[in-house]
Structures are given as structure tokens and as C-alpha cells.
Design a protein around this ligand. Structure first.
Ligand code: CTP
Ligand code: MN
Ligand code: MN
Ligand code: MN
Length: 386
């Protein structure tokens, strides 16, 4: 990151897109404890409370270690740390832990719900439903969904062709079955070198069916995480004029091709096809996306691990908004949207930037331009870990 940019960021801003949030910060221990409470609130569907903890966590990368001596003077001036949160921070400084967190960690309900939500497709609501049926472990879930570990047959081609015509329930049910069957592979994190190899293989395959495309690996990888849970790639075309036409429909065509080549084994969901929403016509079409299971070609000596791969297709005009949106983090994104709306009267999301009063669209040509348009100091991707 350029020092000039960092020094313009302020840790007291209400928006995390104006603060520097490194991957590892001086208050990691505190954050870890608060994160458990946040997760517990999330699992119980307590949205507002969850967000309070998420916000407290996002201001905790305060530049220094939080101590008794700076608590009254500086910490109490940070946004989002109200009376209750401050007393938890105080408890942490005194004892090195938070009582409520200890209770959560020993709760068997928490353990079951958080195990369930590691499965792609199972959110808090579904997790609670499964728990209420008496299910407690992932093995229970395997029996319930009639899934055999390691084996997941799927009519992948049929799934690709059916894109846009399936019910939400069918999509969720399939995602859960695939994610359950392959959970032992999906729980293994992906080192950076393998992320890069996957991008290389994907892009050389893409070149075979559409020349002149480009990509950026986004998600946690781009924020500097040494290990990722999945791989997220935003794909676009180098030609500003003809690119949009080439990107349209490419998602389905490309996933079909990757499947033929044995690289994509399963498809969880293809989206952005029939989801045309009349209320959102002032933005570029919602992006075509493929949530897939990918396996690198092996040399025969060992089985390669199945990986989750998300492919996002963006016209050149919205490539940089897609990159910013998909780089995350989720909180950084949330505040970018909020800042754009509250401070600038702009609408921002992965599929575009527009001005609210006249719906004028903006097509940034670089990532820095996205920040400039919103009147923000550029934040390096590795400082977006809010
Ligand atoms: N995202 C999004 N819409 C979705 C899913 C994700 O815009 N339906 C964005 C979010 O901003 C998120 C980013 O894509 O931060 C990447 O999401 P994800 O892969 O779930 O998390 P990572 O941050 O990449 O971390 P990891 O995959 O390693 O868990
Ligand atoms: Mn990811
Ligand atoms: Mn994830
Ligand atoms: Mn992802």
C-alpha cells in the first residue's frame, strides 16, 4: 500500500471504507472473542445485535493495542463502542476473555448450528430448522439428506441447461447435497499458489473459446489471506467497445466447456440469466455468475482436492465495480454502499455505480477511479479486511 493513501485514512470514521483494516491487527485476541458473540447472534437470527458486534469488531483494528490507559481517552471515542461493548472490552483487558464468549463456546446448540452453517447453502434459518428436527452433527445431516461422503453424482449438464428455470428450493437443496458430500475436501483451505494455478488453468481454457478475456482473482485471496476457503474470479474482456457483447452469455458457454474438460465437476448455481428486474434497469444487467466445484488436472500420482470456484462475468464498463464488490470484505462492501448512498447520493454495487437523482451511470476505467467517483481515499485491498 502507498503510505500516502494510508495516512489519509482515519480510524475514527463511521464507515469502514474510510479506515485501514489489515488482515492481522494488534487487537486480534479481542476480535476473536467478539467474533464468537457475533456468530452466535447470527446463528440465532438476531440481525441487529449481530451487526452491532460486527461494527465493534470492525473498529477494533484501532492502530494500537487496546489497554487501560487508552480506553477512556481514545477507545471510548471510537464509533459503535457503546456502554455494553465498552464494558466487554474492559472485561477483556482485565481477564483476557469475555464471560459471554465462554458460555457460547460451551453451548452444544452453538456448536451444532455453527457446524451446520459451514455447509454452503445452509444459513442460520435452515440450521435452526435442522436442529429442531433433532439433528446435531454433520453425520446426522448426511443421513437426513441421504448423502454419501466423497460421492456426489450430479447431472451437471442438465443443471447448466436448467439455469434460470429452477426454484430457489431446488437450488439450495442441490448446493447442500454437493457441499455435504464433498465437505472433507471443502474444509481444506486453499494455499495462494494453488489459487494462482487455478486462475491460470481457467484463463487458458477461456482463451480457447473466447480470445481477449482478462481476469482478477478477488475475495479473500486479494485481501492477502494466506489460505482461502474458495476461489473467486472476476472475468471481463480487454476490448472496451466489443467486450460487453462477448461477455454476455459467456458464463453458461464457459461452464459447459469446463465441464466437458473435466475441470468443473459440479454446478451449485448459475445466476444472472432470467433474473431481469424491471426496478433495476438503470444499472447494467445483473452479473452472470457460476458457483461451481473445480478440480485441477492431476498427474495421476495423487487425487486432487475438490475446490469451490466462483466465476463472475462483468462487461468492461462494470469490471472494476465487480472487482471492488467481490474483493469484499462483506463489511467493507456494506459500508461502501452506505457511504455512496448517504454521503454522495450514489448507488453502488458489484454491477455498477449510478447517481441517484438522474440515474446517470459511471464506468470507471481503474480501481482507483471507483474510489475517486465515490469521493473516497483509495484503500489497498489488503486493508479491506473489516
Ligand atoms: N459476495 C457478493 N455476493 C455474494 C457472495 C459474495 O458480493 N453472493 C462478495 C462479498 O463482498 C465477499 C466476496 O464476494 O466479501 C467474497 O465472498 P466469499 O468467497 O464468500 O468470502 P471471502 O472473503 O473470499 O473469504 P473465503 O472465501 O476465503 O472464505
Ligand atoms: Mn472467497
Ligand atoms: Mn466464504
Ligand atoms: Mn466465494
Amino acid at each position: 500500500p502507498q503510505p500516502a493513501d494510508i495516512s489519509l485514512l482515519t480510524h475514527t470514521s463511521r464507515y469502514c471504507c474510510c479506515r485501514a483494516s489489515p488482515l492481522v491487527c494488534p487487537n486480534q485476541g479481542l476480535i476473536k472473542q467478539l467474533d464468537k458473540i457475533k456468530e452466535a447472534r447470527n446463528l440465532e437470527g438476531e440481525e441487529r445485535s449481530m451487526l452491532s458486534y460486527a461494527r465493534a469488531i470492525s473498529v477494533s483494528p484501532f492502530p494500537h493495542v487496546i489497554t487501560h490507559s487508552n480506553l477512556k481517552r481514545e477507545i471510548s471515542k471510537l464509533p459503535y463502542l457503546g456502554e455494553k461493548l465498552l464494558s466487554m472490552v474492559e472485561e477483556f483487558i482485565k481477564t483476557g476473555q469475555i464471560n459471554e464468549t465462554q458460555g457460547i463456546l460451551t453451548s452444544s446448540r452453538f456448536q451444532a448450528l455453527s457446524a451446520f452453517t459451514t455447509i454452503h447453502g445452509i444459513g442460520p434459518h435452515t440450521a435452526r430448522k435442522l436442529y429442531n428436527l433433532g439433528l446435531r452433527t454433520l453425520e446426522d445431516l448426511e443421513r437426513y439428506y441421504e448423502v454419501e461422503p466423497g460421492r456426489c453424482g450430479q447431472e451437471t449438464l442438465a443443471v447448466i441447461e436448467a439455469a434460470g428455470r429452477e426454484s430457489d428450493e431446488a437450488i439450495v437443496e442441490r448446493s447442500i447435497k454437493v457441499a455435504l458430500a464433498l465437505r472433507h475436501d471443502f474444509s481444506q483451505t486453499i494455499p495462494r499458489a494453488e489459487v494462482e494455478e487455478m486462475n491460470r488453468v481457467v484463463m487458458s481454457e477461456l482463451e480457447q473459446i473466447e480470445q481477449g478475456c482478462k481476469s482478477i482473482v478477488v475475495g479473500g485471496y486479494r485481501r492477502g489471506k494466506p489460505q482461502s476457503n474458495d476461489v473467486d474470479i472476476v472475468i471481463s474482456h480487454r476490448n472496451w467497445e466489443s467486450g460487453a457483447g462477448k461477455i454476455k452469455g459467456l458464463c453458461k458457454r464457459f461452464v459447459r466447456r469446463l465441464h466437458e474438460r473435466g475441470l468443473v465437476t459440479h454446478v451449485m448455481h448459475l445466476s444472472g440469466f432470467h433474473e431481469h428486474n424491471a426496478l433495476r434497469t438503470h444499472h447494467w444487467d445483473s452479473l452472470e455468475k457460476a458457483l461451481t466445484v473445480f478440480v485441477l488436472p492431476g498427474d495421476g500420482s495423487q487425487r486432487r482436492v475438490y475446490r469451490r470456484l466462483d466465476l463472475i462475468f462483468a462487461a468492461p464498463q462494470v469490471f472494476w465495480t465487480a472487482v471492488v464488490g467481490w474483493t469484499g470484505s462483506t463489511m467493507f462492501q456494506r459500508d461502501l454502499r452506505l457511504y455512496a448512498k448517504q454521503q454522495k447520493g450514489f448507488k453502488f454495487d458489484s454491477s455498477g455505480i449510478s447517481r441517484r437523482h438522474d440515474s446517470k451511470l459511471f464506468f470507471p476505467k481503474t480501481e482507483r477511479e471507483v474510489f475517486e467517483l465515490l469521493g473516497l481515499v483509495y484503500v489497498h485491498p489488503t486493508l479491506r479486511n473489516a
